[in-house]
Design a protein around this ligand. Structure first.
Ligand SMILES: [Zn+2]
Length: 122
């Protein structure tokens, strides 16, 4: 496994990148514009609402990732990094390499995905 200092650096960099992305997302929010043709206005508003929804969803996803990273850094500090939060087994190095902020082993992750409510899906 990679050195802990190296992992910490990777996590911190990723966190910075995500925070940057969140602030850019906020800055790119549409300004309140009043001009434009009277036709198709409703359509335009609907598009903006959908954009807003997408942006919020993305922001939520990024914030969740940032929280995961903060949690992983905490685990590094406590010396429990690399262990599954649920079963306390070691998470496979391949998985940690692909997803350094992973808190669950593949088995527990799969179980969690299964039990999570699947909204907006039929
Ligand atoms: Zn587990």
């Amino acid at each position: 496994m990679a050195e802990q200092a190296e992992i910490r650096e990777t996590l911190l960099k990723e966190k910075q990148r995500l925070e940057q992305e969140v602030s850019e997302l906020r800055l790119s929010a549409p300004q309140d514009r009043r001009e434009g043709s009277p036709f198709g206005k409703r359509e335009e508003e609907a598009t903006e609402a959908a954009d807003m929804e997408k942006r919020l969803a993305l922001e939520g996803k990024l914030s969740a990732l940032i929280r995961d990273i903060e949690r992983a850094i905490e685990k590094l500090n406590k010396g429990s990094y690399g262990r599954c939060d649920v079963c306390n087994e070691l998470i496979s190095p391949e998985r940690l390499e692909a997803l350094p902020m992973a808190h669950l082993c593949l088995r527990c992750k799969a179980a969690q995905d299964k039990s999570a409510p699947t909204r907006m899906r039929r």
